[in-house]
Every structure is written in C-alpha cells, then in structure tokens.
Write a protein that binds this ligand. Sequence first.
Ligand SMILES: C[S@@+](CC[C@H](N)C(=O)[O-])C[C@H]1O[C@@H](n2cnc3c(N)ncnc32)[C@H](O)[C@@H]1O
Length: 177
Amino acid sequence: MIKAILKKMYRILKPVELPTFQPEFGGSGITEDCYRWIVENISPGAEVLEFGAGLVSTPKLGEIFSLTSIEHNEQYIGQFNSNYIHAPLSKWDGWYQRDKVEKIKNLNFELAIIDGPPGSGNRFGILLNLDLISKIPIILIDDADRPSEKILLQLLSQNLNSEYTDFGHFAVITNRL
Ligand SMILES: C[S@@+](CC[C@H](N)C(=O)[O-])C[C@H]1O[C@@H](n2cnc3c(N)ncnc32)[C@H](O)[C@@H]1O
C-alpha cells in the first residue's frame, strides 16, 4: 500500500524540475569581462585560487577549473563545486588567519584572484603574506577601480617586482617569479 502511494507520488513529482541556479555577474561578484579574461587566459582544469568565495566566481570558475576558495564566513562554505578553506579573519590584522591558509603553499596554482576579505581597504593583509602567492604566475585583483584596491595593486606589483595591466574593474599582475 505504502509502496503504491510512493510510486504514485514519484510519478507526480518526477517531472517537476527545480530551476537551475544562474549566477549574475557583477554586484559583489566578478564582472563578465573579468570572467572572460580568466577563461581566455587560463587553461581549463588549471588550479585556481580565490580569496573570497561568492555567488559568481565560485560556481562559474568551479565548473572549469580546479578551484580552491578561501572564505572567512562559515555560512558560505561548501555552496558550490570548490575546495573550500574556512579561514576566519584575524582580530589583529583583519585578514585570513594564517594557520588556516598555510596549506595553499603546497599547491601549484596558475592564477590567484584577490576578491576578499569583503569591503574596500580590507585586503592589505595579503602584503604581509606575500609568500602565499609569490610563486603564482598570474594574480588578478578584483575591484581595482576602487581607490584602496588601486593602492593595493600598486603595492603588490612593486613588492613582487612585476608589471600589471589595468582593465578597470579588475587588474592583472604577471608575476616575474
Ligand atoms: C567580494 S565577495 C566575493 C565574490 C566572489 N569572488 C564572486 O565573484 O562571487 C566577498 C564576500 O561575499 C560573501 N559571500 C559569499 N557567498 C555569498 C552569498 N551567497 N551571499 C552573500 N554573500 C556571500 C563572502 O563572505 C565573501 O567573502
């Protein structure tokens, strides 16, 4: 009897397809231009690192690359197809707790995307943790049109002794290595 009811319910419910999630570009996420630059310049399947997971970069890049996402907010861990690293923000410098992100040094990333921690002027901590990205050939800074992130871009490029290309909303440092 129960089996018959379940079979009937299954027949009714089966055709109901849930709408698939379609992330929108921009907002707090990366822009379409930025996404296009990444897919045109990084080989599919490459190891990609992002600081700051979200609704745009994480689902979209997670489909194409082997993505690692460093995220401070536990609420957003595991939302999409990425190797999430939960790294709460340090009370000292407002950047990700170093011991939580240490393990990324063992991976060979082709690209690092700096899009976190959230908020203008909150990303300078990367300058105190340069060894984490110093062997990554391409470093993309999102929101490079904001005054603080523009300064961060210039400081990062000086400290890495490398040139950058400014695309407006984002900029790319080609790391001299
Ligand atoms: C600048 S956003 C990162 C955006 C991400 N790189 C993207 O393109 O989607 C920074 C912060 O937004 C927060 N965030 C992540 N997922 C979210 C979600 N589903 N809804 C609201 N905020 C989210 C996270 O705390 C993240 O560190």
